[in-house]
Design a protein around this ligand. Structure first.
Ligand code: FAD
Length: 279
């Protein structure tokens, strides 16, 4: 019997060093943040990396800052840090709530902002809320830096636009909207992840609704949201937008719910989210 070789451990201490290693190794070295997603894949035998590029020691990647009304979340900021941050709780309470509703404290203490976006799991909480807030995701490589929206980042089922030489380094959230809400619907008491998640914002007479966990990517229908432009969010309008979202989504089936069930829950949860935005 031959013993499996230990994976190579690359542990840079600066972002420059991390980017140089990413450039050198590409996807041959698996980027490791909090390890909560990778740990499951490895334990289940789906992944056995030959090398890790650990971001754990990279200085400055875990910061949470505000500047000029914008919020900047470093890729290595943990879910607990975001949920507990005074700046986030005061300025973007719905975002603090979305991160605070993820799994359990053990997971939230490890899981990172970069990790939850880069793993592109359809049933994660933060991506829908970040999309509703209009967050920008900063990707950097030795070639330079580019900024993408959450909708541009997450391409499909566990698929992102992150290139093999890029790292997700930061998420930048615009000044807070007048109102924002995050609703997480769990179908089973044994489940951490949402069956349907609704993130919604209202600002300057415009509404943005993003539904997570029902399809491969967060669902946003600007034309349906446009029905609310400049209108009071009366019950009939709330019903209409909710009905159209439920019609338009193409829900998937999994252990958390059938497609038909998810469609019904989408109608209810979008309506309730709009009710919360209404006053
Ligand atoms: C038991 C359990 C329950 C969970 N429940 C929920 C839940 O209720 N809601 C929810 O939203 N999520 C839930 N999750 C998912 C969890 O939030 C994610 O596993 C976590 O956010 C991933 O972050 P991480 O830092 O651990 O990433 P890692 O596991 O380290 O990495 C995840 C992926 O992203 C890549 N990556 C990480 N950081 C970067 C970066 N900066 N640049 C480029 N690529 C990067 C890695 O290579 C890997 O492919 C749950 C997970 C577990 C284990």
């Amino acid at each position: 019997m031959t013993a499996e070789a230990e994976p190579t451990w690359l542990a840079p201490s600066s972002l420059e060093e991390a980017l140089a290693l990413r450039d050198e190794h590409g996807d041959e070295a698996t980027v490791l943040a909090g390890g909560t997603f990778l740990g499951i894949l490895m334990n289940q035998g789906f992944l056995s990396p030959a090398a890790f590029l650990s971001l754990g020691r990279v200085a400055g990647l875990g910061t949470i800052e505000t500047a000029g009304g914008w919020l900047r979340l470093g890729a290595m900021a943990t879910h607990t840090a975001v949920a507990r941050s005074e700046a986030v709780r005061t300025g973007w309470p719905a975002l603090a709530r979305a991160f605070g509703l993820v799994a359990s404290p053990r997971i939230r203490n490890q899981a990172t902002v970069g990790g939850v976006l880069a793993d592109a799991d359809y049933a994660s909480d933060p991506p829908a809320m970040l999309a509703a807030l209009g967050a920008q995701v900063v990707l950097r490589s030795v070639r330079g830096e580019r900024t993408v929206t959450v909708g541009e980042l997450i391409l499909g089922y566990y698929e992102t636009c992150i290139e093999p030489d890029e790292l997700l380094v930061e998420v930048v959230v615009p000044p807070a909207p007048e109102r924002a809400v995050y609703r997480k619907f769990r179908a089973r008491s044994t489940e951490d992840r949402p069956c349907v998640a609704v993130a919604a914002t209202r600002d300057d007479g415009r509404v943005r609704v993003v539904v997570g966990a029902v399809a491969e990517v967060p669902q946003h229908f600007p034309d349906v949201c446009g029905l609310a432009d400049g209108q009071p969010l009366e019950p009939a309008l709330r019903e209409e937008i909710a009905r159209r979202y439920a019609e338009r989504v193409e829900p998937m089936e999994d252990a958390r719910g059938s497609a038909a069930y998810r469609r019904r829950v989408t109608a209810v949860e979008v309506r309730r989210a709009l009710e919360e935005l209404a006053p």
